[in-house]
Design a binder for this molecule. Structure first.
Ligand SMILES: [Zn+2]
Length: 74
């Protein structure tokens, strides 16, 4: 992994700062963070992959975080 890539702690903060795509809230009741798999690294330039469960509307969302700390839907 690139040493300048976001740390796990930073990735978690970035994921939590991502608004729910459905209701726009930032109230995630579930967050599962893991390192991106090689296909995700290749296809999405991802470093981290996160699964989020919205605490307000229940939406399940998957996002990836890239080397710059940008968050995009997986
Ligand atoms: Zn929501």
């Amino acid at each position: 992994m690139n040493p300048e890539s976001p740390s796990r702690e930073r990735a978690e903060r970035l994921a939590r700062a991502h608004a729910c795509a459905k209701c726009g809230e930032y109230s995630w009741k579930r967050l599962r963070l893991r390192a991106a798999t090689p296909p995700e690294q290749e296809a999405l330039n991802a470093v981290w992959h996160a699964e989020l469960g919205c605490g307000v509307c229940g939406l399940h969302q998957e996002i990836v975080i890239d080397h710059e700390g940008d968050v995009t839907p997986a």
